[in-house]
Design a protein around this ligand. Structure first.
Ligand SMILES: [Zn+2]
Length: 145
């Protein structure tokens, strides 16, 4: 298993591979499985703005292919504004509402809560929380019977 610092570093590295020419806001995500496997992703924007994809959903797609959503244990997200050739900002960023729903899908499949580590582009002011705290009373697969 990666340490929290290592998982955040992987998310920060992934942010450097974002395609974010419109927002100039680069986000990376590292998803760790229960047995320590890692899947990463970054935000992927498009000239047709509404087609943009968040880092978390990009990483979760890879996670499904690498080890399966039901094996997701932890998610680290990190990033910030791109300025003068670097990703900047020390304030922790958190998953958007849509990504919280996507992370919840993995939690619902496994029946376990998922730890979420939120970080900025640099610094060690992480916010560590869970999907159940970020998305209470979530709508999930159980609604489909
Ligand atoms: Zn999102």
């Amino acid at each position: 298993m990666a340490t929290t610092d290592e998982l955040v570093t992987m998310a920060r590295d992934a942010a450097h591979r974002a395609h974010a020419p419109y927002s100039q806001f680069r986000v990376g995500c590292a998803v760790e499985s229960v047995d320590g496997r890692i899947a990463t992703g970054a935000n992927m924007e498009n000239a047709c703005y509404r087609l943009g994809l968040c880092a978390e959903q990009s990483a979760l797609t890879t996670a499904q292919h690498v080890f399966g959503l039901a094996q997701v244990a932890r998610v680290a997200v990190a990033g910030g504004p791109w300025r003068d050739g670097a990703i900047t900002g020390i304030d922790a960023i958190t998953p958007c509402g849509g990504c919280r729903q996507a992370i919840f899908e993995a939690a619902a499949l496994s029946g376990r809560d998922i730890e979420i580590i939120c970080a900025g582009a640099s610094g060690d002011a992480y916010e560590i929380t869970t999907i159940s705290a970020l998305l209470p009373a979530a709508f999930g697969p159980a609604a489909h019977g």
